[in-house]
Design a protein around this ligand. Structure first.
Ligand SMILES: *Cc1c(COP(=O)(O)O)cnc(C)c1O
Length: 389
């Protein structure tokens, strides 16, 4: 067979343009000649060269999230943890000290406890719901504070205003992971954070089919350092994942509003259910940060509800089989509801005592509320609770 006709084709682009963003998987881009390449490298014209350095699907997604976060020129990277890593490594050096919230996402905690110290970066963990505790952890060489708006899975609300005041006063970079709360509720940069971080994998993309992160900084120098480091360390996102996330993002606000409203209903129904020891929902009066949630979160409790079943592992397993239509899966922010059991998943590396200190018992259940019919969802979970007694 003669295959001499198999040369690189020209992709047809007519006078009209596609409404949906095309997926652009090309790793490399061709230029007219050496002068044209010079123009591009010198910034006189815009263009892509090599996908690890940036590609159109990542930029399209980044501009959309910039809009939601009130950020400029944010960066999409290969995962939420890549975003945390970029924020840290682009801004820290050996000899620096970081203060982190003591209830950070598990991998962020590991980065603080195990990995940064190997590179000569000291770390201290402190309670971010009390600005005074963060202040007490600060040293002369403290360069960064990393907190989350709402913690997993106890849904504690950080004292963002107090910590931001402190960071400004002392000239320390404040990085806020806004994954759980989302810009629908709060924009960290407008509250004084220097850096905002997302696991786009969760609520923003919303369909559990793309692993991505986002990081943006207020300061242009910080943004440049992060962009260069991400390209150097190869934290590049896949064009296909960016394309999926862009598609998911268009429905983010509708998904979030529906899920948050259902979560509020679920928290109320669980509070009245027999066999439930306690319900954790930030805007409910029994929550330890209720007042702060009403003010800081504008009374929006979000899509996450945690509760404690009266009983141990067997009760939990009976409950999980009673609600088997809802996936038992350790993620959050999917369009469908998922249920997780922190003691056997996200917090399994902790000792029983460490878990007890956080209030995470064997009976502790976390629900990431999705967009199903709210009546079905609430009755399925409440019936599961009562039938598992
Ligand atoms: C999931 C998560 C991350 C990590 O994101 P990946 O996309 O899984 O790497 C970071 N922070 C928070 C709060 C998360 O929930």
């Amino acid at each position: 067979m003669d295959s001499s006709h198999l040369r690189r084709a020209r992709f047809p682009l007519g006078a009209s343009r596609p409404v949906a963003s095309p997926i652009q998987p090309s790793v490399v881009y061709a230029s007219r000649d050496a002068d044209a390449l010079d123009d591009q490298y010198e910034g006189r014209v815009e263009g892509y060269t090599y996908a690890r350095e940036g590609h159109p699907n990542a930029d399209t997604l980044a501009r959309l999230i910039d809009g939601l976060e009130g950020a400029e020129d944010g960066l999409v990277v290969g995962s939420g943890m890549a975003a945390v890593t970029v924020a840290m490594l682009a801004n820290l050096k050996s000899g620096d000290h970081v203060v982190g919230a003591d209830q950070l996402y598990g991998r962020s905690l590991r980065l603080m406890r195990e990995d940064l110290p190997r590179f000569g970066i000291a770390t201290t963990l402190a309670d971010s719901t009390i600005a005074g505790e963060i202040e007490a952890a600060i040293r002369p060489e403290t360069r960064m504070i990393l907190i989350e708006t709402v913690s997993n899975p106890t849904l504690r609300v950080s004292d963002i205003e107090g910590v931001a005041r402190l960071a400004t006063e002392k000239g320390i970079l404040l990085a806020i992971d806004n994954t759980f709360t989302t810009p629908r509720v709060l924009q960290p940069l407008s509250l004084g954070a220097d850096i905002v971080i997302h696991s786009v994998t969760k609520l923003l993309a919303g369909h559990s089919d793309a692993t991505l992160g986002y990081v943006a900084a207020r300061d242009a120098g910080t943004r440049d350092r992060m962009k260069i480091l991400a390209a150097t360390m190869g934290l590049t996102p896949s064009p296909f994942d960016c394309w999926l996330a862009e598609r998911g993002l268009y429905s983010f606000e509708m998904r979030f509003d529906r899920a948050a409203s259902s979560a509020d209903k679920l928290a109320g129904a669980l509070s009245a259910a027999k066999g439930v020891k306690r319900v954790i929902y930030p805007t409910h009066p029994a929550h330890p940060d209720h007042k702060r949630a009403m003010a800081l979160l504008g009374g929006i409790g979000g899509n996450m509800v945690s509760f404690e079943l009266d009983g141990g592992r067997e009760r939990v397993n009976r409950f999980l089989s009673a609600v088997s239509e809802i996936p038992f899966a350790p993620t959050l922010g999917d369009i469908g509801t998922t249920i997780s059991h922190p003691a056997s998943s996200s917090h399994r590396a902790l000792s029983v005592d460490q878990r007890e200190a956080l209030g995470i018992t064997e009976g502790f259940i976390r629900v990431s509320v999705g967009c199903e019919n709210p009546d079905w969802l609430v009755s399925t979970i409440v019936d599961g609770v009562s039938s598992s007694v």
